[in-house]
Design a protein around this ligand. Structure first.
Ligand code: ADP
Ligand code: MG
Ligand code: MG
Ligand code: MG
Ligand code: MG
Length: 610
């Protein structure tokens, strides 16, 4: 969760008036913070996850499932507990984009290997904590995208979209589904549309089953941007209103944080494919398994000039990517040679950072954040003391929704330089969510221990990013990856040319190995556990997590997306027409709930019995 200021949020016109002010002061604030913290060293290894949950209400009589707009009531009780009984709670609960969403994190970060075995129980405790406040027939589920999000009456209580008067202009997503706890989300939604000059949107190709009708519905007649053979989605709610799984870990210092940020960057698309959990949108099966590109399109606030459709006149730069996108550059000086795509920034921002002592690579990264205007501003936060405060910087950072994020230290809470891994869809069960975050975070230890090197030109990471979301990507697609991951390179490389042979491998080969040619990430992680002599309980738990990932990488067990597709296609009410009806949605989510509560599902989870 980013900033949550109290107070009056400004309209688009007012926000734009202050855009240059926020940029100017945000940059100064970063420079001041950087000077203060750049030498901070010796922070311990700590980390934590974020899970975004969906509040569902089942209607047993009608056999329907709806998104339950009760986040405000739940947050009120949960946050009151946090305030009055901070020692008894098991999770921190925070608002998210949808009024049917809630985000839970552990009360305290996890730490060394011995704590990895506690993660799953912590996640279970979180659901129990919120579960105590649910009404009969309500459930708190982990689903990336509610299958009928945007269909008629998908919320409880039901609301109609108001395309001509609402903040989003959406044909599908009523304003009431947006978080009402704070004006920030409605405001951001509106500002994105106003800034762009039209609604942002994504046309997602529908999955073509034998009876799939094209056009899929009449949307193309109601909106000129809608393609007849696509699932058209037309507001930030398609994306902001989806749920993800994130992990944040602390570096011992800025150098280590930058190093690990770089090393995990090539893993983003690999983990997107392994975590793929969202094949259904607006009641249709799609050609896509993961949410990333949808949210990218539906939050794209770039103007026509910035998208290169018109000559630059009012804007300063053409911007290659939307603000929700994969990162453009590595951060460590040693990895400059792998930055092979141009990084958008204003020259004067870059020079100001350089003059203030920020090195070239970091200056590029920070200047790149500042190509985005603020899209959410609060009246009482406009004038700040740049020496002490940093809200303008955090304002820009927290709306740069990239695959990786570098976070500043928070000395008041004894928090150092951190890195966030952001691209994964949320999984269905605590077991899977624990497995994915433990794996990603453990990987940082494996990298440090064996001095692994995953660097490849960042253009190849981008290529992987566009492939990793496709239906069945694990089975059908090869990904660029470094062949020799034990090869040292970097600072000594005087010519500054990329080293390493980059080859195409399947995710199975990357994760499980390819004979003599490639050791496989999971075998290396298993070896690390042995080398570290972790206690047998922790080792058993973590090896169980590796089994899940290894099984999904090999295709022996299904990703959530594959499993959901199969569920729909085998449902008696399914007519081979790509349509996910109310009843199919209800049965699917009921099954999700049972599996989440411990019903075995070998095809999804392997031999693991929760
Ligand atoms: P954001 O929404 O800005 O990404 P959150 O506060 O929601 O951030 O989540 C941050 C995560 O980082 C939580 O899981 C939290 O437990 C974890 N965390 C807290 N302190 C540290 C720390 N010092 N190092 C690493 N992670 C931390
Ligand atoms: Mg958060
Ligand atoms: Mg986060
Ligand atoms: Mg969140
Ligand atoms: Mg967030």
């Amino acid at each position: 969760m980013g900033l949550l200021n109290e107070g009056k949020s400004l309209s688009h016109q007012e926000t734009m008036k202050y855009a240059e002010h926020v940029r100017k002061h945000g940059l100064i604030q970063f420079i001041n913070q950087y000077r203060r913290f750049k030498g901070r060293k010796g922070d311990p290894f700590k980390w934590g996850d974020e899970i975004e949950y969906t509040i569902i209400r089942f209607f047993e009589d009608r056999k329907e499932a709806k998104l339950c707009l009760r986040n405000g009531e739940l947050l009120a009780v949960l946050n009151e507990q946090e305030r009055t009984r901070p020692d008894e709670i098991r999770a921190l609960w925070r608002p998210e984009y949808g009024a049917y969403m809630i985000e839970g994190t552990p009360t305290k970060p996890f730490g060394g290997l011995e704590t990895f075995g506690t993660v799953e129980a912590n996640m279970k405790g979180r659901r129990e904590e919120i579960g105590a406040h649910l009404k009969e027939n309500e459930a708190i589920l982990c689903v990336t995208c509610f299958p009928r999000l945007g269909c008629e009456n998908f919320t409880d209580p039901p609301y109609k979209p108001t395309p001509s008067v609402g903040v989003s202009g959406s044909l599908f997503y009523p304003d009431e589904a947006i978080n009402q706890v704070h004006p920030r989300w409605k405001n951001t939604t509106n500002n994105i549309m106003e800034r762009r000059g039209e609604k942002p949107y994504t046309n997602l190709p529908v999955f073509r089953d034998v009876n799939t009708k094209i056009p899929i519905d009449d949307t193309y007649q109601r909106d000129e941007n809608a393609a007849p053979d696509c699932i058209y989605m037309d507001t930030m709610g398609f994306g902001g209103g989806f749920c993800c799984l994130q992990a944040t870990f602390q570096g011992s210092d800025l150098d280590q944080a930058r190093f690990l940020y770089d090393q995990l960057t090539p893993f983003c698309p690999i983990m997107v494919a392994l975590a793929a959990s969202s094949p259904i949108y607006r009641g249709f099966l799609s050609e896509t398994d993961a949410r990333w590109d949808i949210i990218s399109g539906c939050t794209d606030c770039r103007t026509e000039e910035e998208r290169g459709l018109k000559p630059l006149k009012n804007n300063k730069l053409v911007l290659k990517k939307p603000r929700y996108s994969s990162v453009d550059c590595y951060l460590s000086p040693a990895n400059k040679k792998y930055n092979d795509i141009s990084v958008d920034y204003r020259q004067e921002d870059f020079e100001q950072l350089r003059k203030s002592g920020v090195d070239e690579m970091l200056a590029e990264h920070i200047a790149n954040l500042f190509v985005r205007d603020t899209i959410s501003l609060f009246s009482e936060k406009i004038h700040q003391n740049d020496e002490e405060e940093r809200d303008h910087y955090e304002n820009i950072l927290s709306t740069n929704w990239r695959s990786m994020r570098l976070k500043l230290p928070v000395p008041e809470e004894n928090i150092g330089w951190r890195v966030e891994f952001r691209p994964m869809d949320v999984q269905m069960t605590d077991f899977e969510n624990a497995a994915y975050v433990c794996f990603v975070v453990l990987l940082t230890r494996v990298i440090l221990h064996y001095k692994l090197n995953f660097m490849m030109p960042i253009s190849k990471v981008d290529e992987n990013f566009s492939n990793c979301q496709k239906r069945d990507a694990i089975k059908t697609t090869k990904f660029w990856f470094r062949q020799n991951i034990q090869e040292e390179d970097g600072i000594s490389d005087a010519e500054n040319k990329p080293t390493g042979v980059i080859v195409q491998m399947t995710i199975n080969e990357i994760m499980n190995g390819k004979g003599e040619e490639f050791p496989g990430i999971i075998p290396l992680a298993r070896r690390y556990l042995e080398d570290q002599k972790v206690d047998s309980d922790t080792s058993k738990k973590l090896n169980g997590y590796f089994d899940l990932l290894a099984g999904r990488a090999s295709g022996k067990i299904m990703t959530v997306a594959t499993w959901m597709r199969k569920f729909v296609r085998e449902h008696p009410e399914y007519k081979q027409d790509s349509v996910v009806t109310e009843r199919i949605c209800y049965d699917l989510l009921k099954t999700v709930q049972r599996i989440q509560n411990g019903e075995p599902c070998t095809e999804l989870l392997g031999q693991k019995v929760i």
